[in-house]
Design a protein around this ligand. Structure first.
Ligand code: XMP
Length: 509
């Protein structure tokens, strides 16, 4: 279908980033464990192979290895960091431990006749992170870049199309790093660059049509990015054969339920919005334990969905918004684990269907967004920040009442408006308000008040596993604070959460 490059994963921290960079260069690539059998690689007939970095030292017995035969297939190989050392070691060169680790931005000199550096400056900054280095080149190789401490910052055997680089071209600290990857893909591998989201949309639509035929497809739409883009794709592919069930638990952000509904009006699909607010709130009444709240919402969600799905009768396919990071087999662990992922946990057990459609399985998150734009999905859905399934229920500390939901929705809305107004909405990866349910004394006009404290949270993160608090400028915080206390009743104090994750989490419950 597409020309393909294989990224062989040796357990380094930037492996998915390498794959994303390759795709940014319009070349499709897949991440595979370094344990992938050589026959499987031959069968895939990739235009090139990239070895990632990894935490090991090649000269230790237990370190990941690769069969030498891989270098004889005539397929171009680029080794990065550990991958470069492994190439040198496997082909008869020598790798040694340096006295000091070379780490961070490093001034590097490149040989201009190496294809990787074609059209780029002779001097530049690279991002290094290594202790081992190639101390003797394998036969037929030459050094094509060096730094003060590292004689082989890059190497090549041009006739065999084998290349190695000690630094990390995929991180943004390496100047022209992506251009070097691009040179590998286009100058060395001879790629044509057939991976684009408009192409992908066309092929995905065609293959959904082929798989589904005249069958009926059911999708649980949460209004999050993945399920919304999936719905848009299916809408284009199969129109009225699609039924989307959108369970509105009444714990969405202000206007959000209507926005989701609005975004899908233009397509000829069966869109079922279940307004289940009363049902959820009555189950949640008086419950203040976070885990119990989550459990109640999860169970109730499934029940509501199930009841709706039963009304539709038999469906043929269940659509799921699984994306590529959920299915990558990592080279990091001993056993290659494939994470199973359901957009809404546990649903398939409750609905009668014969197969699953997962047309986003190959895409990274940023590609899902590009695809959404390509399909004409409303940008407020395409750029939506992550939102937890239990919604505002876990942003109201303690028990939930209709009044508290209203207060939080209004305050959160103002916060979001001001962040967007300040042009910060793409820089801060997640931001929201939390109603603490703590009350304190204030003064408004001439009267004493005793009202809620609202907390604001804003984080920057790459993977949501760790996060830093966002440095929102004081004048923006000041505007948010003024507006909220003036426009929203029952809030008389606002604090900004300045903890990182860990030790905190992003959400408060
Ligand atoms: P924490 O609070 O664990 O959150 O640091 C990490 C990310 O996960 C989101 N989150 C959830 N997403 N269902 C979801 O779909 C949930 O129950 C849930 N809880 C937390 C959170 O918003 C953040 O992006």
């Amino acid at each position: 279908m597409h020309e393909k490059v294989i990224v062989l994963d040796f357990g380094g921290q930037y492996n998915q980033l390498i794959a994303r960079r390759v795709r940014e260069c319009n070349v499709y690539c897949e991440v595979k464990s370094f344990k992938t059998p050589i026959d499987e690689i031959k069968e895939a007939a990739p235009k090139g192979i990239i070895f990632t970095g990894g935490p090991n030292s090649v000269y230790l017995d237990e370190s990941p290895r690769i069969e030498k035969e891989l270098f004889d297939l005539g397929i171009p190989v680029l080794g990065i960091c550990y991958g470069c050392q492994l190439m040198a070691y496997t082909l008869g060169g020598k790798v040694s431990a340096a006295d000091t680790r070379e780490y961070g931005k490093t001034s590097t000199v490149f040989e201009m006749d190496c294809l990787l550096f074609k059209g780029l400056p002779e001097n530049g900054i690279t991002w290094m992170s290594h202790t081992d280095y190639v101390s003797e080149l394998p036969d037929g190789f030459r050094s094509t870049a060096h730094t003060t401490d590292c004689p082989v910052a890059a190497m090549e055997c041009a006739e065999r199309k084998l290349y190695g680089i000690q630094y990390h071209p995929e991180v943004m600290h390496t100047e022209n790093g992506v251009a070097m990857l691009r040179n590998f893909l286009y100058e060395v591998c001879g790629c044509a660059g057939d991976w684009s989201m408009s192409n992908y949309a066309k092929t995905a639509i065609a293959s959904v049509r082929e798989k589904v035929g005249s069958g009926r497809v059911l999708l649980a739409l949460s209004g999050g990015v993945d399920s919304s883009v999936l719905a848009a794709l299916l809408a284009k592919a199969i129109g009225s054969q699609l039924t989307c069930i959108f369970v509105d638990h009444g714990l969405m952000r202000k206007n959000e339920g209507d926005e989701v509904e609005q975004a899908f009006k233009k397509w000829d699909i069966n869109f079922v919005r279940v307004n289940a607010k009363d049902r959820f709130l009555s189950k949640l009444a008086g419950v203040s334990d976070p885990e119990t709240k989550r459990k109640i919402i999860g169970e109730e969600f499934i029940r509501v969905f199930e009841a709706e799905a039963k009304k539709i009768g038999k469906v043929d396919f269940l659509a799921q918004g699984t994306i590529y990071p959920d299915v990558i087999e990592s080279g990091a662990g001993d056993a290659a684990v494939i994470k199973s992922h359901h957009n809404v946990g546990g649903l398939p057990d409750y609905v009668d269907f014969k197969d699953i459609v997962e047309p986003l399985r190959l895409l990274f998150k940023d590609e899902v967004r590009q695809l959404g734009t390509e399909l004409g999905l409303a940008s407020y859905l395409v750029w939506r920040q992550p939102f937890p399934g239990p919604g505002l229920a876990i942003r109201i500390i303690g028990d939930i009442t209709e009044e508290k939901i209203q207060i939080l929705q209004d305050a959160d809305y103002i916060f979001r408006e001001e962040i967007a107004e300040a042009g910060l909405d793409r820089d801060i990866h997640q931001y929201f308000a939390v109603l603490t349910s703590m009350r304190s004394v204030g003064v408004m006009g001439d009267s004493r008040t005793y009202d809620y404290t609202l907390a604001l949270r804003g984080v920057t993160t790459t993977d949501f596993m760790t996060a830093d608090f966002a440095r929102i400028p004081y004048d923006v915080l000041e505007r948010v604070s003024n507006r909220i206390v003036n426009e929203v009743q029952h809030i008389n104090r606002i604090v900004y959460d300045i903890t990182t994750k860990p030790p905190s989490t992003i959400e408060w419950e």
